[in-house]
Design a protein around this ligand. Structure first.
Ligand code: NDP
Length: 283
């Protein structure tokens, strides 16, 4: 496993992957995939592909021309990647965004592994079944949309989507309501309810804020999950601990699990995420 930050002009037999985004220097993906490659004995390179805004296709084309086999796609290019793909998985289509591209000749497979990553982290690593549970999903942006279909596949009793801008939550109800028990609304609509799982898919934690969630939102035994992660508990996880959530988890597990799913799409091998989470946590 080698890591390079510039790929142009270097052609050898090793399969090449990268994360494409702007900015991308802070990405943990090279470290995660280096750990996966070492763990599974796969010979590959994984680097950074910093790309100016508006140049996604040119950057992806150049990478493919030098032997690139696939990329992870991060902000702000997930919609560009969706448009760039020549075929899409069902979960990418449902998400309306692509975070993983696999290149094979002229074919570009677009996938979205975010939802699978979240579900894997909750159900497999945290061993918290979603079947028959009442789920509150806070936020109605790209992350929320990307996880709804995989969450529905776990057969929860209901998924309430609450968002600051109510119309966006209603749009998700419109898109997913026919596929399962999804309803959208504002925070006021759920203020008298409690839930078995509360997932924070807002970016509020980025600015140290908390969505306007009622203190009674956490049912006995509830799991509070924040897609954000950091050195210390996010405002949402601190609030959840104070108001009765039995378990809390941040999004580092989701990050590593979605990467593992991408690795599986590319290599057909599924790495063990637990040691990689521990490694990132320790550093
Ligand atoms: P978007 O910008 O698409 O959406 C942001 C959402 O947050 C909107 O619903 C917005 O509401 C809401 N929001 C922002 N600020 C507040 C606030 N102060 N109070 C209440 N709601 C607020 O972002 P994404 O959906 O792409 O990402 C959301 C979060 O998920 C990010 O923090 C991101 O880092 C994280 N994430 C983590 C992943 C992981 O692997 N761990 C993977 C993907 C995302 P409104 O519509 O009203 O503006």
């Amino acid at each position: 496993m080698r890591i390079r930050s510039g790929f142009r002009g270097c052609i050898d037999m090793t399969d090449r992957y990268a994360v494409i985004g702007n900015p991308v220097a802070h990405s943990k993906s090279p470290r995660i995939h280096a750990a996966f490659a070492k763990q599974t004995g796969q010979d590959l390179e994984y680097g950074l592909l910093p790309t100016p805004l508006g140049e996604f296709a040119a950057s992806a084309n150049a990478f493919r021309a030098t032997g690139g086999r696939g990329v992870n796609v991060t902000v702000p290019f997930k919609l560009d990647a969706f448009a760039y793909a020549t075929s899409l998985t069902e979960r990418a289509r449902a998400a309306g965004a692509v975070n993983t591209l696999k290149f094979a000749g002229d074919t570009v497979l677009g996938d979205n592994t975010d939802g699978a990553g979240l579900v894997y982290d909750i159900v497999e690593r945290l061993e918290f079944s979603l079947a028959g549970k009442r789920v509150l999903l806070m936020g109605a942006g790209g992350a929320a949309r990307g996880v709804l279909r995989p969450l529905l596949d776990q057969r929860p009793t209901s998924i309430a989507v609450a968002n600051r801008t109510v119309e966006r939550a209603l749009a998700l109800e419109q898109q997913f309501g026919a596929q399962g028990p999804v309803r959208g609304g504002g925070y006021a609509d759920v203020k008298n309810e409690s839930f078995d799982v509360v997932i924070n898919a807002t970016s509020a934690s980025l600015s140290g804020e908390l969505p306007p969630l009622s203190p009674g939102a956490f049912a006995p035994g509830a799991l509070a999950y924040d897609m954000m992660y950091g050195d210390k508990p996010t405002p949402f996880l601190a609030y959840a601990q104070q108001h009765g959530a039995a378990r809390t988890a941040d999004g580092l597990g989701m990050l590593v699990a979605q990467a593992a799913e991408s690795f599986f799409v590319w290599r057909g091998v599924r790495p063990d995420i637990a040691p990689v989470i521990a490694q990132l946590r320790a550093s």
